[in-house]
Design a protein around this ligand. Structure first.
Ligand code: 9MJ
Length: 693
């Protein structure tokens, strides 16, 4: 059908029905691609239809319409934005700053009180939505065509940003015939985290200013006067409400509930988050707040809380407004993940492998649920790129369990006196042992060359060996190790097992009982397993998974110590860098001595035979997990894949075997489709894990 029509379009006078059909097809496929994430034609086919329409419009400009898919890009560079008075004011919602469950309970109690409901009245129904951290936008459609997009501004008057908003593929330019004659849809324009990272990467490559966070990047793109630049800034959209609505005839859609309204918006082509749900009473609001908080760090975009709305529109009308805030909605925040604080000093810490890390010492600040006093600056290049100096006010970020980091410096106004310290430079000597710090060609890190001569490295090596995931010496913490190493009680790892109660009890703040406990813990740690022991040795690049793989493959420690690089390369998932690192480690006489002395002290583990090579169902397969899976967390999926021998990577490439996609999957899924990588849902993954193929 399409083929014949395309032919007709090349005739002298374009067939209007054909032009219209091209536009309809392009709208439909853009919706499938950008909103549903389910393209049904290859990108090349879409491009072909698009170019065909473009060619016709170029020859016959009189046929151009503002809702043509070709008009997403191509507006003029503006001097300033025109003002737009909102037909219906854009409200802000009251923020509940109490981030505990009581925040939800208080809202429900308030609404019930306002409605005069006593305790015997049934629970109220709400709609619970994520609170997207972007920019509120009003989209105005007249007779189904997008005619204007405006920012919220002060709620009464905003700015006309139509040209820029048109470039957002997820926003429909035209609506089905069922839509009212005048329809205003409200929602949040935001930038996905992966799009934000890619954009900042590009900015860095072009030596241009990077953005502090996705929200700022989105705001900058929406308020960009040159729409061609805006078009290069990848934005997304979620709809969550209405502004002015005038039905085409008396019949237009009448909504009874906020939920129905959202479902209708979805059916008209607007993206509505799949995380939006109905909730009965305060109990379910609290459960929603908690469940979204858990999902927060794994989502593809930033949210800063959730929003609760009374579902019944009749009740919403009864509740009305106080000043400009509706009584029927509230934003229930999560603890902030970013805060401002001051840099008191920049220290350099020495890691187990000698890596020198600049760390900003901060005035204590409560962020991401804990008090933070240190934030990593990663390495010298990063510290200089961000130009963090003593005395600076900085934004610190702590998301989930990730170590806190300095996002950026907030520079004082030029008129304010500046008390900034000097530019950071990495010391050329190890700050702990004074050995030369070396930065190898092509590496970003400086390393202390002191090895185990360096007490900082020795301390870290002991803590690494004693940690729970290695041989586990309960009660051997940082303070104790500091004392043992600084007091020269321990010089090498095996000295740990030579500690007696008397030498321990003589340490600061060490009671006889604690000394006995530690001796017992040391005794207990001697019975270990080969993977734990190997991991505990702290061989560079040998993490827990690699240690397990080595133990499984060789069975005995001596076989590993004597294995050649070629033999090591036979082990599943071990590449040349890891193989060389294992070989180099056991080539050092002092490392072999440490192993022998530990064995002589009684550290032991059951040894086995080399495992016959039995390939696991997913070995050799690489997975990328994206979006929210219906029943398992991404970490659970990752554990299951790895247990079955598969690998999990962070980004999609030609080497990816499968992309496992859940809801809200975004650009990784696009990339998979672009590269022709197979896509699975959770059910498909489970099937594979159960031995299907
Ligand atoms: C955000 N920011 O995600 C509203 N919002 O509803 C959601 N904002 C809102 N709803 C009425 N999910 C006014 C603002």
């Amino acid at each position: 059908m399409v083929k014949e029509d395309l032919f007709a379009a090349r005739a002298e006078l374009p067939d209007l029905a054909h032009v219209e059909q091209l536009r309809r097809l392009l709208h439909e496929h853009a919706h499938r691609y950008y909103v549903l994430d389910e393209p049904s034609i290859p990108d090349a086919e879409y491009d072909r239809l698009f170019q065909e329409l473009q060619a016709i419009e170029l020859q016959h400009p009189e046929l151009l319409t503002p809702d043509s898919p070709t008009q997403r890009v191509g507006g003029k560079v503006l001097d300033q934005f025109a003002s737009v008075r909102h037909a219906v004011p854009m409200l802000s919602i009251r923020t509940e700053t109490d981030t505990q469950a009581s925040g939800a309970r208080n809202f429900d109690a308030r609404v019930r009180r306002e409605l005069g409901l006593d305790e015997s009245a049934p629970v109220l129904e709400y709609v619970a939505e994520p609170k997207f951290d972007g920019l509120a936008i009003n989209l105005r459609y007249r007779r189904g065509v997008l005619v204007q997009a405006a920012t919220r501004g002060d709620g009464e008057v905003g700015e006309d940003v139509t040209q820029n908003i048109r470039t957002i593929g997820q926003i429909p330019l035209r609506l089905p015939a069922a839509a009212p004659a005048v329809l205003e849809v409200r929602g949040e324009v935001y930038m996905r985290r992966d799009d934000f990272e890619t954009l900042n990467q590009k900015q860095r490559e072009r030596d241009q200013k990077t953005f502090v966070n996705p929200r700022n990047a989105a705001a900058g793109a929406v308020r960009q006067l040159d729409p061609a630049i805006a078009a290069q800034r990848p934005l997304s959209f979620f709809a969550y409400g209405l502004g002015e609505v005038t039905p085409a005839d008396a019949g237009g859609p009448e909504f009874d509930t906020h939920w129905d309204l959202l479902q209708t918006l979805k059916s008209w082509g607007f993206p509505v988050s799949s995380l939006v749900t109905k909730a009965q009473g305060a109990t379910e609001l609290i459960a929603y707040h908690e469940s979204i908080a858990r999902l927060r760090d794994g989502l593809g975009f930033d949210i800063d809380g959730v929003v609760y709305k009374v579902n019944s529109l009749a009740l919403q009308r009864r509740l009305g407004f106080v000043t400009r805030e509706p009584r029927w909605a509230v934003a229930h925040k999560f603890p902030a993940q970013e805060q401002l604080t001051t840099v008191l000093a920049i220290d350099v810490q020495v890691g187990r492998t000698g890596k020198l890390t600049p760390v900003a010492k901060l005035a204590p600040v409560f962020v991401g649920g804990v008090t933070v006093t240190n934030a990593t600056l990663h390495n010298e290049d990063e510290a200089r790129r961000k130009d963090v100096r003593v005395g600076d006010t900085v934004i610190v970020r702590r998301a989930g369990d990730v170590i806190p980091e300095v996002v950026s410096v907030v520079l004082p106004a030029p008129s304010e006196p500046s008390r900034r310290g000097p530019i950071f430079t990495m010391p050329r000597q190890c700050p702990v042992c004074g050995s030369t710090a070396v930065r190898e060609e092509g590496e970003v890190d400086y390393r202390c060359s002191g090895g185990l001569f360096c007490s900082a490295q020795r301390k870290q090596a002991i803590l690494h060996f004693a940690q729970r995931r290695a041989v586990e010496v309960e009660g051997l913490g940082e303070k104790l190790v500091d004392q043992l190493v600084d007091g020269d009680v321990i010089r090498v790892l095996p000295d740990l097992y030579r500690l007696g109660i008397t030498s321990l009890a003589s340490l600061d703040r060490m009671a006889d009982k604690s000394a006995q406990n530690l001796v017992d813990a040391l005794q207990k740690s001697k019975q270990t397993t080969l993977p734990r022991f190997l991991f505990g040795l702290g061989i560079r690049h040998v993490g827990e998974a690699t240690a397990k793989e080595l133990a499984r493959h060789f069975g005995r420690l001596d076989a590993i110590m004597d294995a050649s690089v070629e033999q090591l390369l036979q082990v599943a998932d071990i590449g040349p860098i890891v193989a060389q690192s294992v070989r180099t480690f056991f080539d050092q006489t002092h490392n072999r001595e440490v192993v022998e002395q530990l064995r002589a002290c009684g550290v032991s583990w059951p040894e086995g035979a080399a495992a016959p090579v039995t390939p696991k169902p997913l070995s050799g397969k690489t997975f990328v997990i994206t979006g929210t899976l219906p029943t398992m967390s991404r970490d659970e999926a990752k554990d299951l894949i790895e247990a079955a021998g598969g690998k999990v990577a962070g980004s999609v490439s030609k080497k990816t075997t499968f992309v496992v996609a859940g809801s809200e999957a975004g650009s990784k899924l696009d990339k998979a489709r672009e590269l022709g990588v197979a896509v699975l849902d959770e059910a498909g993954l489970k099937e594979l894990l159960n031995g299907g193929s």
